[in-house]
Unconditional design. Structure first.
Length: 308
């Protein structure tokens, strides 16, 4: 399963506008709350604990004591009749060491947490992080500048001034593996660790199809021209809130002219070397993205396709 996908909750969209229902579920001792501190989920156990870990889930009464009065509270959905919420407790000074959570676990950045938790919990946490991040950055109406109000269980903000309704956005991003013969095209972004290479990626622009974005991004970054584009799969990516659209593209040549505003390096990697790297072998000090990233699954699918 692609990380951050496969959310097991019923999002219960039809109940989000039912204020009485949400209030009753918040008072229900069977409900569960995911505390998020500065966009980091709470994990049970010490930081040194080995995977798999568990997300720290609270009862609403305990969660109430940790959050500011105006903290974002998100209705994530239902597990049967049990409600799940996410609560922003960023106002708490150090909740892992002071208060009801002290000694029970630790807060961890989402990227590393995603590699330690069960897939279903990772998907739920991704949903929670994306929404809390959106609320933190959209407290004011872009139309009139008035302060907005959280409604619909955290899935909308309303402006009391101009009456505009604002919904969380998801930004589409193409991430693609260009191939030619027995090699694939990989790049190293300027912010990447040294010798880490990944599939190329970029945002879909207004008025552009997925296929057009794939062709454009590869050409802009490397001047490699591509033809046929094939869809692979997608991945919700809560950094802050994107949908990664994985594709393959057939390259028409291998000559690279790097756009150094986009990439630090770009290389053609042969299938045998990619296979060895995925198997954990050390080859020329290269390394590829970890399984949390859809790029890893693009490369693995391409390698395994040859073996089938």
């Amino acid at each position: 399963m692609i990380p951050f996908s496969g959310n097991p909750l019923d999002r219960a969209n039809d109940r989000r506008n039912d204020a009485a229902f949400l209030a009753a579920k918040w008072r229900d001792p069977e409900s569960l709350v995911l505390p998020m501190w500065r966009l980091q989920p709470f994990l049970l156990g010490p930081e040194s604990a080995a995977a798999p870990l568990q997300a720290g889930l609270l009862k609403p009464g305990v969660a109430d004591a940790l959050a500011a009065p105006d903290a974002a509270c998100i209705f994530l959905g239902l597990e049967g009749e049990r409600a799940w919420f996410a609560l922003d407790i960023s106002a708490a000074p150090d909740p892992a060491t002071v208060g009801p959570l002290a000694g029970l676990g630790h807060f961890r950045d989402m990227r590393s947490a995603a590699s330690l938790l069960p897939p279903g919990e990772v998907a739920i946490l991704g949903h929670a992080k994306a929404l809390i991040d959106w609320h933190q950055r959209h407290g004011f109406c872009p139309r009139c500048g008035a302060a907005t109000v959280l409604v619909a269980g955290g899935h909308r903000r309303d402006c009391p001034g101009c009456k505009a309704e604002h919904f969380p956005r998801t930004d589409p991003v193409v991430i693609m593996l260009a191939t030619e013969g027995d090699s694939c095209l990989l790049g190293r972004g300027k912010h990447f660790p040294s010798r880490m290479f990944s599939a190329l990626a970029g945002f879909v622009e207004p008025g552009e199809t997925i296929e057009e974005a794939v062709v454009r991004e590869i050409f802009e970054e490397t001047r490699v021209k591509t033809g046929a584009v094939a869809y692979f799969t997608t991945q919700p990516w809560p950094f802050p809130s994107s949908l990664m659209i994985g594709c393959f593209a057939k390259a028409k040549g291998r000559e690279i002219h790097l756009d150094d505003n986009e990439l630090a390096e770009a290389i053609w990697l042969d299938r045998a070397t990619a296979r060895a790297l995925l198997a954990g072998e050390r080859v020329r000090d290269f390394f590829l993205p970890p399984p949390i990233a859809i790029a890893h699954h693009l490369i693995r699918h391409w390698v395994e396709e040859d073996a089938s």
